[in-house]
Design a protein. Structure first.
Length: 237
């Protein structure tokens, strides 16, 4: 039996389980995504009711024999973040990406630290879009689907800031002109400017880059994570 004590973690998602328990999906530093049963967590006297919430830095302990573990302790290690408004929706979106992309028990300690900093950045920023695009890129890197943003796939020619490109997930960047792309049946909405691609690569995304990078990342994430709509997108709308 696996026994884990005081593991740094965040709750990604929780739902009712049986009469008074919860079924949790947690993102942990050294064990990746884990499924945990929190027995009695919804009971009137539960000490966990206000602790097992998203975005709160926790230390979790559990024992595990099969696919699901049984939570034995949960301690909050810092004051809960004052998340509100758009920051909450952005955080839920990121949690859903992690739920969709991470396999259980596949550790990603660097991504865990990235996620921890992301939550703080979202709370402090008035412009979450660049933060989200950067995290999406880092998530794809961690999953082995890293974007190749510096050179054209077929030629190896460096990306030109003034150029226009179509990113094909199975191949990489292909340079196009808007006229030829229409003739080839590729919608203009697929095209991304070289300046936006270089900004994403260097984490220097400006406001004018945001619409095209948002379209790009949605398309690439859909390709790798599946066609099932994200619930968090409906919440934004």
């Amino acid at each position: 039996m696996l026994r884990v004590s005081l593991e740094p973690a965040y709750v990604l998602h929780g739902r009712p389980y049986r009469e008074s328990s919860m079924l949790l999906e947690a993102f942990t530093r050294d064990h990746g995504r884990v499924g945990l049963i929190a027995r009695g967590a919804r009971g009137p006297r539960s000490r966990w009711k206000s602790v097992l919430q998203p975005f709160r830095p926790l230390l979790l302990s559990w024992h595990q024999r099969g696919e699901l573990g049984t939570l034995t302790a949960a301690d909050q290690v810092a004051a809960p973040p004052a998340a509100r408004g758009e920051a909450i929706f952005c955080g839920l979106y990121v949690n859903e990406l992690l739920m969709r992309g991470l396999h259980r028990s596949d550790a990603h300690p660097e991504l865990f630290e990235t996620y921890r900093h992301l939550l703080a950045d979202l709370l402090q920023s008035q412009q979450p879009e660049p933060i989200l695009r950067t995290f999406e890129k880092q998530l794809l890197d961690a999953l082995g689907f890293g974007l190749q943003l510096e050179c054209e796939h077929d030629t190896g020619v460096p990306v030109a800031a003034a150029g226009w490109y179509d990113y094909i997930p199975e191949r990489g960047l292909v340079r196009r002109s808007k006229a030829s792309s229409c003739e080839a049946g590729v919608a203009d909405a697929r095209l991304v400017s070289g300046s936006a691609l270089l900004a994403l690569q260097c984490n220097t995304i400006r406001e004018e880059h945001q619409p095209e990078l948002k379209r790009l990342m949605r398309r690439v994430l859909k390709h790798h994570l599946g066609d099932k709509p994200l619930v968090s997108h409906a919440l934004f709308q």
